[in-house]
Ligand binder design. Structure first.
Ligand code: KG4
Ligand code: ZN
Length: 344
């Protein structure tokens, strides 16, 4: 079965072709980072317009690269939510159009389910059950994953997402958008112990997170110091990164303990962070557990995870027609998995 995957939930246009027997044939991505950098954040209207321009050229590209024609596609999968309404509509419309023209089914996929299952695209793929840490610009969640479609929320952020905290703190330090990778780079040569920053909710005993106070603590330091020299910026970046990584690592270990599991899977853009990777690897090795990261290019938004999620959710193909042509900008994964038809 050949699945076409389309991702347009935010600021990346992703298209991929996944074959259920041959694996991932091709995936193509266009990042809108340069488009939004000028504004210091994603401008939804510009995002939608750019998806309109990029989607069909990317579709042509993956077809050419995998030496297939659009008529070979058996199933069209698109990100149905959560995300920016206008951006989601672009992917949903193209998916429905292609499916109707071909007389093939189209199915909507939950963006986070795409992230959750993306580690299974790696070799070797992690076995079920596992704990998943989803850390992106919009989400920070710990989930228990028992099988495809069986997800239980263990904890989540009560305010900012981890990636959002990275981006906002980067902005305070005068770095561009998106600031996560830039902040991580600035932190490389810095002293992460120079500034004492809070580890929010570390002692709460639970699995929820809160990152807005950490960002405020950085703001207070920046204001108190006035003009920051290069060394202070580096050390502040390193201290922030150390604080957020401490919290993420501690909660992952706690989640594994509580669930009695020994496998952790990390997904989402912040999963690209080198310190987080190294610290998780060390912490889990020390307790005989394993951590899996998807390949770096699959950590961030992409079409491959959407095609793959559809392939594993509909192994025998989807029901005919366009399933529920709608988008759900706010949509929680647990309810999506529990229902066959999502609610608005
Ligand atoms: O999953 P993703 O591509 O998009 C969604 O938000 O769905 O995640 C993007 C987020 C941004 O906040 C970005 O700053 C962050 O991931 N990020 C990083 C790193 N690379 C990307 N944060 C910290 N360190 C990194 N190396
Ligand atoms: Zn994402």
């Amino acid at each position: 079965m050949l699945v076409l995957g389309i991702e347009t939930s935010c600021d990346e246009t992703g298209v991929a072709l996944y074959d259920s027997s041959a694996g991932l044939l091709a995936d193509a991505l266009h990042s809108q980072v340069d488009l939004h950098a000028l504004y210091g954040g994603v401008v939804p209207e510009l995002a939608s317009r750019d998806h309109v321009q990029r989607l069909l050229p990317l579709l042509r590209e993956v077809l050419e690269r995998s030496r297939r024609t659009v008529r070979d596609v058996d199933l069209v999968a698109f990100t149905q939510g959560p995300g920016l309404g206008g951006a989601l509509l672009v992917g949903a419309s193209v998916a429905a159009g292609v499916a109707l023209a071909l007389g093939k089914p189209a199915v909507g996929i939950h963006h986070l389910e795409g992230h959750l299952l993306s580690p299974l695209l790696a070799e070797p793929a992690p076995q079920f059950p596992f704990v998943a840490l989803l850390v992106s610009g919009g989400h920070t969640q710990l989930m228990r994953v028992d099988a495809v479609g069986r997800y239980a929320l263990l904890g989540e952020t009560l305010d900012d997402a981890a990636g959002e905290a990275f981006d906002k703190t980067a902005q305070l330090l005068g770095l561009g958008y998106p600031g996560g990778p830039a902040l991580a780079q600035l932190a490389e040569g810095g002293d992460g112990r120079r500034f004492e920053l809070p580890r929010p909710m570390l002692g709460s005993g639970g699995l929820d997170f809160s990152f807005s106070g950490l960002k405020t603590a950085v703001l207070t330091r920046v204001k108190a110091m006035g003009k920051l020299d290069e060394g202070a910026r580096r050390d502040l970046a390193a201290s922030f990164q150390a604080a957020i990584v401490d919290v993420l690592v501690a909660k992952c270990v706690r989640a594994l303990d509580r669930e009695g599991l020994e496998r952790l899977v990390v997904a989402g853009g912040v999963g690209a962070n080198r310190l987080l990777r190294a610290r998780l690897e060390a912490a889990l090795a020390a307790r005989g557990a394993q951590v899996h990261f998807p390949p770096l290019r699959l950590c961030t938004d992409n079409g491959a995870m959407i095609a793959f999620a559809a392939a594993v959710k509909y192994p025998a193909g989807a029901p005919e027609g366009v399933q529920d042509f709608a988008i759900f900008p706010r949509w929680d994964l647990a309810s999506a998995a529990a229902q066959s038809t999502p609610r608005r």
